[in-house]
Design a protein around this ligand. Sequence first.
Ligand SMILES: Cc1ncc(COP(=O)(O)O)c(C=O)c1O
Length: 357
Amino acid sequence: MARAYNFCAGPAMLPEEVLLKVRSELSDYASSGMSVMEISHRSAAFKDILSEAEERLRRLAAIPEDYCVLFIQGGASLQFPMVPMNLGKGAYVVTGRWAAKAFEAAKLQGRGEAFAGSADRNFEYIPKIDPAEIPRDAVFVHICDNNTLYGTRFFKPPETGGKPLVSDMSSCILSAPLDVGKYGLIYAGAQKNIGPAGLCVVIMKKALIPESLPDSVPVMLRYRTYFEHGSLYNTPPTFSVYVANLVFRWLEEKGGLAAMEELNREKAKLLYNAIDESALYLNKVSPRDRSLMNVPFRLRNRDLEPLFVSEAEKRGLMNLKGHWSIGGIRASIYNAMPVEGVKALVEFMREFEKKHI
Ligand SMILES: Cc1ncc(COP(=O)(O)O)c(C=O)c1O
């Protein structure tokens, strides 16, 4: 069967070249007679994979020397409590469901205050951040750079009056060049633009890693544990790290993040144009705030949405149903989605509109 165009928000499409490489060495990694899933995380072979993954990521995202790269389990959701546990009180910008979850996790510890957000208009925009409104006792500002459900994104990192900026980049990491120096800590669940679920990448200014924490903070929830053990304190998600390394290599071969941004802009433009020019589809996000990765939209006749999704599936355009909490349609077009996939979707949308309007 031909590969489908998978528009899932995550776990999402992986580059076919990467999948084929995985298949070719799945049962015998580097002539070891063993799968990469079967080798020790302390073996030289795995340590090479881990260090190669870090080096490639550093090159791709131009990560400065005073930042560390940590490979942590628990998805992006574990970072929600881990960030305030390690850094202290945060000032939160609530621009969607994930940002709200991050804030709630901090609040539970008495370490979160929301000072800006976009709930008033259904999360359909990115609010202006006034540094004067950041709570004084907060030691960091938290944003979600790209809001996976609502299809909004920060056009540029907000001013924080000198406080470190912490960003959940789960759904936009590596989609465009990144100015790491503008952030104190970046985290991203892998299952969209990096590799298989089970891994979360943290890029963190070393100076932010606390020297000591109360004894009540478990070892596995301290950034220092991962930093001092080179992400090998316990068994990391070895297969996910291995695939991430292959995805990083694929990104380098494709010309890096600037080339990715160009492609991502092209894909997003095709799709937003198709929506804006139509009498059937509707996306209410203001153009500047529109995500390049997640494009949610509604059909003006909402009753047609289930039919839209099922007809699309017959064409191999999969997982277009919007998030269960908001409904509608959502096309996630991460790095691995080829331009052809978006063109196929746009063609289908135009045909569907002709038939049903
Ligand atoms: C922006 C964002 N943050 C966090 C998460 C949660 O990630 P995880 O399932 O890895 O905990 C998601 C998942 O889709 C997301 O899109």
